[in-house]
Design a protein around this ligand. Structure first.
Ligand code: AMP
Length: 427
């Protein structure tokens, strides 16, 4: 018989919430992480999104808070979870609230892009659990509005993504304000050297739990590629989206303006679509995600960073309208489908210019994608292209022209008069 949550000796109120959520069997990462964390060990978890990693730290931390009830420290918190994006922060906080619904704990989210007033008010009396993006949290700490010197547990979720987004310094500065004697958990999908260094500096003799080898794609997802000219991408995408087997889909584009264009094109063709990217306000992003979640929108067109927090179990397809410039983003993108044990389909549209990026992706995941040739837009030229990968950020770096310093001319009175006379003549 397979393991159940009851076998993990979690507190009764946590088990009750899990039963209400319909969770019966822990996922592999949960089965392996929860006992370690209940023992109080530090943990390094290597797992991708969709494996159930949120519950693997939220459940044991709720259990530990419940086992040792005490008031939250004023202006601070007992547990801090750091995550890269607002969407992921909200999603993790929802997890704590949902699993902790029969416990008296308070959960607060902290991220930028919204007024800090509400966050500061919530912090004043202390909260049990803070889920935060590093930038805004550091801001509040530096303003003296948040004091984490009494913290008991720290979780870094999607640590590789946080470092990619430039949060290494903020994390370092936040950690410097925490007590050394604390419980620390770090999750990362990949294990570059920078993460190994972070693990070394933050975790004490951690238990290691690895679910899928780093940087390989989830096996349940069927992955294929269509080679075509860039000008045909929107038509090809539309034709795919009209196929009857498509439930909900996430379409990834390289840039925000392309996301807007694709979204407008699909909407014009009668598909319900919303764009999700960093130029949209927090309210717009939340509305788009909610509409997608409740099924009133079929397609979400997103850029990489904005899409990190999309956790919708009903996503059947991921389309890459563009290849990502960073191969590891491909793994994160396709992880938006095939969630909660379901299977998923990921189709990548590749033109001649992005061919080199496809090579990088295939190297990263250690396999080649299945090629669809049976469609009206197939281009052998794109398939065999040897073009160099596009340079992002406005093309090649411009050479700065050396500045020639001009001597300032000193005019004599005669010269001034001659110049005035010439000007009068021409006037
Ligand atoms: P995560 O990797 O934490 O983003 O979780 C991926 C998805 O799996 C989420 O939608 C969870 O609600 C769902 N999930 C996580 N753990 C379980 C479980 N033990 N049983 C059923 N669904 C789960």
């Amino acid at each position: 018989m397979s393991m159940t949550f009851a076998d993990l000796s979690l507190a009764e109120p946590v088990l009750l919430a899990l039963a209400e959520e319909g969770y019966v069997n822990p996922t592999p990462i949960q089965a392996r992480s929860i006992p370690m964390l209940l023992e109080g060990r530090d943990l390094l978890g290597m797992a991708q999104t969709g494996t159930g990693k949120t519950a693997s730290f939220a459940l044991p931390l709720l259990h530990r808070l419940a086992a040792d009830p005490r008031p939250a420290p004023r202006g601070g918190a007992r547990v801090l979870v750091l995550a890269p994006t607002r969407e992921l922060v909200s999603q993790i906080a929802d997890g704590f609230e949902s699993f902790g619904r029969h416990l008296p704990f308070s959960v607060t989210t902290i991220f930028g892009g919204v007024s800090q007033l509400h966050q500061v008010n919530a912090l004043r009396d202390g909260v049990d659990i803070i889920v935060a993006a590093p930038g805004r949290l550091l801001d509040l700490i530096e303003q003296g509005l948040c004091d984490l010197s009494q913290l008991e547990a720290l979780v870094l979720d999607e640590a590789d993504q946080m470092l990619d987004m430039g949060f290494a310094r903020p994390i370092e500065r936040i950690v410097a304000t925490l007590p050394k004697d604390r419980h620390t958990v770090l999750f990362s999908a990949t294990m570059p050297k920078s993460i190994a260094a972070l693990v070394e500096s933050l975790l004490r003799d951690p238990a290691r739990v690895e679910i899928a080898p780093p940087s390989t794609t989830v096996d349940r997802i069927e992955q294929s590629v269509m080679f075509l000219d860039a000008a045909n991408k929107k038509e090809a995408l539309l034709a795919q989206l009209k196929a009857p087997e498509i439930g909900q889909a996430v379409v990834f584009t390289l840039q925000k303006n392309i996301a807007n264009e694709v979204c407008a094109f699909l909407t014009g063709a009668g598909i319900t679509a919303e764009a999700l990217h960093g130029n949209r306000s927090q309210g717009q992003r939340e509305r788009a995600l909610n509409a997608f979640r409740d099924g009133s929108v079929q397609v979400l067109v997103a850029t990489d960073i904005a899409a990190r927090g999309i956790d919708v179990d009903t996503v059947t397809h991921v389309f890459n309208h563009d290849l990502p410039s960073l191969p590891e983003s491909y793994v994160h993108r396709i992880g938006r489908t095939g969630r909660a044990g379901r299977s998923g389909i990921a189709i990548t549209l590749c033109d001649a210019e992005q061919r080199a990026w496809l090579h990088d992706v295939e190297r990263e995941i250690g396999r080649s994608l299945t090629v669809h040739t049976d469609h009206p837009w197939h281009s052998e030229a794109a398939r065999n292209s040897t073009m160099r990968a596009p340079v992002l950020g406005g093309g090649p770096v411009k050479k700065i022209k050396p500045q020639v310093k001009r001597e300032r001319k000193i005019w004599t009175e005669e010269e001034k008069e001659a110049a005035r006379a010439a000007a009068r003549k021409t006037a």
